[in-house]
Write a protein that binds this ligand. Structure first.
Ligand code: CA
Ligand code: CA
Length: 132
């Protein structure tokens, strides 16, 4: 009986610790959940999208979502103030009809960035700016 009591007290402590750490994880998850997606529509179809997944390291996924014989290319740009004051391409990846999506990793910092997705064969281009 005595033994049973002490076990249940240990169980309670374990439970409250678990709840506290779950809360902390929940809050930090909210604070850093900052994914950005840019979608390319053309001729009434969703041609593809590019998504920034805010994790360590940052990763970028480019997916062709429409079977039209043309792929898509997604690229990541950073605003470069000095010495040119313009967008500079950091990386890019293409995706076509094959299974899966294109993906690259590129760690980004406190700066202005832009996602660009362009449809091959003149099927449009779409941009989205974001700040990390
Ligand atoms: Ca396509
Ligand atoms: Ca694909």
């Amino acid at each position: 009986m005595k033994r049973g009591k002490s076990l249940s007290r240990a169980g309670r402590i374990g439970l409250s610790l678990g709840t506290a750490s779950a809360l902390v994880v929940g809050f930090s998850g909210l604070a850093y959940a900052d994914d950005t997606t840019v979608t390319l529509n053309h001729g009434g179809h969703k041609m593809g999208y590019m998504k920034h997944e805010d994790e360590e390291p940052d990763s970028f996924k480019v997916c062709d979502t429409y079977a039209n014989g043309h792929g898509v290319t997604g690229s990541l740009y950073m605003w470069l103030v000095y010495p040119v004051n313009k967008w500079r391409k950091l990386d890019e990846v293409s995706d076509g009809g094959a299974a899966g999506c294109g993906k690259f990793e590129h760690d980004i910092n406190n700066n202005r960035y832009q996602l660009r997705i362009e449809g091959h064969g003149g099927t449009g281009i779409e941009l989205k700016n974001f700040t990390e």
